[in-house]
Ligand binder design. Structure first.
Ligand code: ADP
Ligand code: MG
Length: 355
């Protein structure tokens, strides 16, 4: 609902929270909510005199994937949870902050920014992100590790002396963390998440049906019929691609049972990361987890039956966050709203790290 006071305040300041995800970047503006939700993709022109010029960022860049002349490359600068290309990452951050900035009447207002970064990034990468945000016009920047932001956004009592477990399954990485008193007590970060599941489906189609499918077809199949636990009603979809033997286009019907089988290796790795983290959790916190359960966030949390599967194998109740794709962004917004309460969750300068 329109609130004239909020509107007025918004003219002068617009503190923003950013989720710099491996697959999606989200920007949350205080008092407004999520204003940007786009793929973390940059299309770069690698040809002659325009070498390394950015052609598109976000949704537009993703639309170009596979449809452009060979010299235009789509890059995902954070694909593996580490920053593969500082320069491209900086351009992407600049673009998204600029987009929010451009919508303000008083373009001169400089935002305070809280940005979520994958917990695996190095000190050097952390500094690079901080500088990129400052160069993009921020007045102040603070970093928060993504599992902490995800847990805050999912409503867990992160700042209290209560143990919480968050499992954030994104595109490039799955992060498992046990949190207490604003810090990460035990954690694991693995490079098996949504992207790897898409790869599993591509490999399965090639090996079982000699069918070459693209990444987007694989993702669509995963979202529609992918699962981690037997479904009440198993289903089928058609995979469209090119038959590797005849070279001709082909549509092959596959079932949720065989797709689940294809995903089983990756799912096993994710379940193992949860079990390994539980293994290292101090007993007092373990008692809290048994009482309050484990929460899943990130797009991968939407895979059908995943919560059930992890629950079966961990003997702890598992819940899916209300909006798993936006937990981190919402969490950064909550940190901006209550900076003192969440002080201990911030990295760099004020960090109290229990990594
Ligand atoms: P990141 O934080 O790394 O940017 P996200 O949390 O945005 O990642 O999640 C993106 C991943 O979630 C992608 O691999 C995408 O395929 C996957 N995903 C999104 N929706 C679903 C769904 N309904 N079922 C399974 N996976 C999904
Ligand atoms: Mg994420």
């Amino acid at each position: 609902m329109f609130n004239p006071i909020d509107w007025f305040l918004g003219l002068f300041s617009f503190d923003i929270g950013i989720d710099l995800g491996t697959a999606n970047t989200l920007v949350h503006v205080i008092r407004e909510g999520i204003v940007i939700e786009e793929p973390s993709v940059v299309a770069i022109d690698r040809s002659g005199h325009r070498r390394n010029r950015v052609r598109a960022i976000g949704r537009e860049a993703r639309e170009m994937v596979g449809r452009t002349p060979a010299h235009i490359m789509a890059v995902r600068p954070l694909q593996d949870g580490v920053i593969s290309d500082f320069d491209v990452t900086e351009k992407m951050i600049h673009h998204f902050i600029g987009k929010v900035h451009g919508n303000r009447i008083l373009g001169g207002a400089r935002p305070r920014v809280v940005i979520g970064i994958p917990s695996g990034v190095t000190e050097v990468e952390t500094r690079a992100v901080r500088e990129a945000v400052l160069r993009a016009g921020a007045r102040e920047v603070q970093l928060v590790e993504e599992p902490l932001a995800a847990a805050i956004g999912a409503g867990l009592p992160v700042a209290e002396s209560i143990g919480s477990m968050i499992v954030d399954i994104g595109g490039g990485t799955t992060e498992v963390a046990v949190i207490s008193l604003g810090g990460i007590v035990v954690s694991r970060s693995i490079r098996v998440a949504g992207d790897e599941m898409n790869e599993d489906i591509i490999n399965f189609a090639r090996q079982k049906y000699n069918l070459l499918i693209g990444e987007r077809m694989a993702e669509r199949c995963k979202v529609e019929i992918g699962s981690a636990y037997p479904m009440e009603q198993e289903r089928t979809v058609f995979l469209r691609g090119r038959n590797l033997i005849t070279g001709l286009p082909e549509a092959t019907e596959v079932s949720s049972i065989e797709v689940r089988e294809a995903l089983s290796g990756s799912l096993e790795v994710i379940v193992e990361a949860v079990r390994g983290t539980l293994d290292e959790t101090p007993p007092e916190l373990m008692a809290d987890l048994m009482e309050y359960g484990i929460v899943l966030a990130g797009g991968g949390a939407l895979l059908q039956g995943l919560a059930q599967r992890i629950q079966d194998e961990s003997h702890i109740n598992v819940y899916v966050a209300e909006n798993p794709l936006t937990s981190v962004a919402v969490g950064t917004g909550m940190v901006l709203e209550r900076p003192d309460y969440y002080r201990d969750t911030l990295t760099g300068g004020q960090r109290r790290g229990l990594r």
